[in-house]
Write a protein that binds this ligand. Structure first.
Ligand code: C2E
Ligand code: MG
Ligand code: MG
Length: 612
């Protein structure tokens, strides 16, 4: 019975149980599905939000962003790009990026060769700096900087490019403003003290390197305080502007004029060839200050005092030059204002004369103003002229005959001695050949070589060329060098002299007795002749000391197989002494002064008759 009851009850319960389990399973499944859908929806929403944020960010980022496909066709542009190029989003799409690059001009041409190809084909990133300018349709110019970067696909291929371009126009403007504020005077617009000192230091470095001169002119207005006090500072400022403009007009492009202080201006003249250039500018400024300055229909007379300091004469550094220009300026004021002074007062005239001379010398070379004079050298034993010394003279236009001691040192200093020395050698050789061709007895031609000439590395070649060109016999050429020339670099000297003597050229040591007079060097140097200086000869026959020296020099020279020439022989007593002591040759006014070629020829004609 119990079993029956249990059996009858268990069937429906089982059924209910199964149904409930299915229901629970279905509900759980439903919940799970609903949950999953919710999750997917949420992720999708988040992703969408992220994309929108990303797009929004790129669209509104402060830099222009432009993307292209692998062919360089624009696929995306943001607002900033559209603004910068003045193109709408639509106009941007499908545009060739190279056309946009054409708008990226570059002031110094650095970015000119860039095309998108370089980025697309080589895969290299291209960066450009703020030099580029985009000219938009409305004509606005922008300074831009930025980069173009390749975009790599999953397969390692380039699938496009993305460019980021930044407008830096404002930045540039500010930089310029700051630079101007720092280096320029706000009233006159001229460079200020700081910029002037900068430029002066650069000019000094150049002058040192190139061996040129430069000048600093400090200009102070003489009566400017009165104008400021009576008419007010604003008025004074406007006059200053006019003066600044005027000074600028009077200078060369390379010169700098700066406002140095209240009513002080300072001028830099770099790379000067000639001091007359400075005084010319100072003169021009003075002249311009003579005419009145006109402001608001009224005339104002303002004068200026200037002080000039020249590198290298008056200072080696910026501080000394400015200080010395200042000292000179105060001297100009003391002397009555409205004038200029060079720092080296005593040098004022001298410098100007010297530099005028240098300038004239430079032009004289081209104008053939030089002539050679020839002074005979007589063989003591035979009394015959056996050689001549070529001595240069400058037939300076408007001045007359200028002696070598007046211009040779300047020619040396300025380097003009190189072309001049070559001219002397060529003409002396040519003359010697002409005399031989005209039937005169062959003479030795002595030519002076300056120290600077001797240092020329191609000296031997130059001499060989001249001998060849003129047809001059090398054994008839005697080159005169001085002890100081020889001693500059003794090994080099010995080497050069040896080379010259190998060609048959004779070497003579000039002015012996005025320099080191080292007998030791006489041994080392390959020489043929020793010329006793005229200062020694002057005192022989009257001063026993000098006599003894002359006698021993002749003796030693002979022991060294050197021929001895006495120069500056003016009296018969001197000649007699030299004869008695076996001097070989004499040269001096007693026999003949240096003469132009035509006059010397007359003496040469009589040469067969002995000179004494
Ligand atoms: P130096 O080579 O010693 O020439 C001799 C100088 O003495 C010449 O002066 C000559 O005129 C002068 N003299 C000759 N005899 C007498 C005399 O009896 N008494 C006096 N008091 N003087 C006499 P100059 O022509 O004025 O030349 C001076 C110097 O200039 C030369 O001295 C030489 O060093 C240099 N010089 C001349 N021509 C040239 C040249 O073509 N090239 C170079 N580098 N230097 C030259
Ligand atoms: Mg000489
Ligand atoms: Mg001499």
């Amino acid at each position: 019975m119990l079993f029956m009851i249990e059996r009858n009850v268990s069937i429906p319960i089982l059924f209910v149980l199964i149904v409930s389990m299915i229901a629970i399973f279905l509900i759980a499944l439903l919940i799970h599905i609903l949950n999953s859908r919710n999750k997917a929806n949420k992720a999708y929403r988040e992703l969408k939000k992220h994309h929108e944020w990303l797009e929004g960010t790129v669209l509104s980022i402060g830099e222009a962003i432009i993307a292209t496909d692998e062919k360089g066709i624009v696929t995306f542009s943001n607002y900033e790009a559209q603004k910068l190029f003045s193109l709408s989003e639509k106009q941007f799409l499908n545009k060739n990026f190279d056309d946009l690059l054409d708008l990226l001009r570059d002031q110094d041409g650095k970015n000119r060769n860039i095309t998108l190809d370089i980025v697309l084909n080589k895969g290299s990133k291209f960066e450009f700096e703020g030099l580029s300018i985009i000219v938009s349709k409305d004509g606005k110019e922008y300074y831009v900087s930025g980069s173009i970067t390749p975009v790599w696909g999953e397969m390692g291929d380039i699938v496009g490019t993305v460019s980021a371009i930044k407008d830096i126009t404002e930045l540039k403007r500010n930089e310029k403003k700051i630079y101007n504020m720092e280096y320029f005077d706000s009233i006159t617009g001229l460079p200020n003290k700081m910029l002037f000192i900068d430029r002066l230091n650069i000019a000094l470095a150049n002058a040192r390197r190139n061996g040129t001169k430069l000048a600093v002119i400090l200009l102070d207005l003489d009566n400017f305080k009165t104008i400021n006090d009576t008419l007010g500072h604003a008025f004074g400022d406007r006059i200053l502007m006019q003066i600044a403009e005027k000074i600028k007009e009077l200078l060369r492009e390379a010169d700098t004029v700066a406002r140095f202080g209240g009513d002080e201006f300072i001028i830099l003249q770099p790379a000067l060839k000639d001091i007359t250039d400075i005084t010319r500018v100072a003169d021009r400024i003075l002249e311009n200050f003579r005419t009145p300055w006109i402001l608001e229909g009224r005339e104002y007379y303002i004068t200026a005092s200037m002080g000039i300091a020249v590198y290298p004469n008056d200072g080696q550094d910026e501080g000394t030059l400015v200080k010395n220009a200042d000292i000179a300026m105060y001297r100009a004021k003391d002397k009555g204002k409205n004038n200029y002074e060079l720092f080296m007062e005593s040098m004022n005239r001298k410098i100007i004369d010297k530099l005028n001379l240098e300038n004239a010398l430079r032009h004289a070379i081209g104008k053939e103003e030089f002539v050679l004079y020839y002074q005979p050298q007589v063989d003591i034993a035979s009394g015959e002229i056996i050689s001549v010394e070529a001595l240069i003279r400058w037939n300076r236009k408007g001045v007359g005959l200028v002696q070598p001691l007046e211009f040779i040192p300047i020619a040396e200093e300025s380097g003009l001695i190189i072309p001049l020395g070559e001219w002397v050698l060529k003409n002396a050789c040519r003359q010697n050949v002409n005399w031989i061709n005209s039937g005169f007895k062959p003479l030795t031609m002595a030519v002076n070589l300056s120290a600077k000439q001797f240092q020329q590395r191609d000296l031997v070649e130059m001499i060989e060329r001249i001998l060849y060109d003129t047809g001059m016999e090398p054994t008839l050429l005697e080159l005169e060098i001085t002890e100081s020339t020889a001693m500059q670099d003794i090994d080099f000297t010995v080497d050069v002299l040896r080379k010259l003597r190998e060609k048959g050229i004779r070497i003579s040591l000039d002015d012996f007795g005025t320099g080191y007079s080292s007998l030791n060097y006489l041994k080392i140097l390959p020489l043929d002749t020793l010329k006793i200086d005229k200062s020694f000869i002057h005192d022989i026959a009257s001063n026993t000391n000098e006599e003894a020296i002359a006698k021993s020099v002749i003796g030693i020279a002979h022991k060294m197989n050197l021929m001895v020439v006495a120069e500056g022989v003016e009296t018969n007593e001197q000649l007699e002494f030299l004869k008695d002591h076996m001097c070989d040759k004499v040269q001096g006014y007693l026999l003949s002064k240096p003469l132009p070629s035509d006059q010397l020829e007359k003496i040469l004609k009589k040469n067969n008759e002995q000179m004494f």
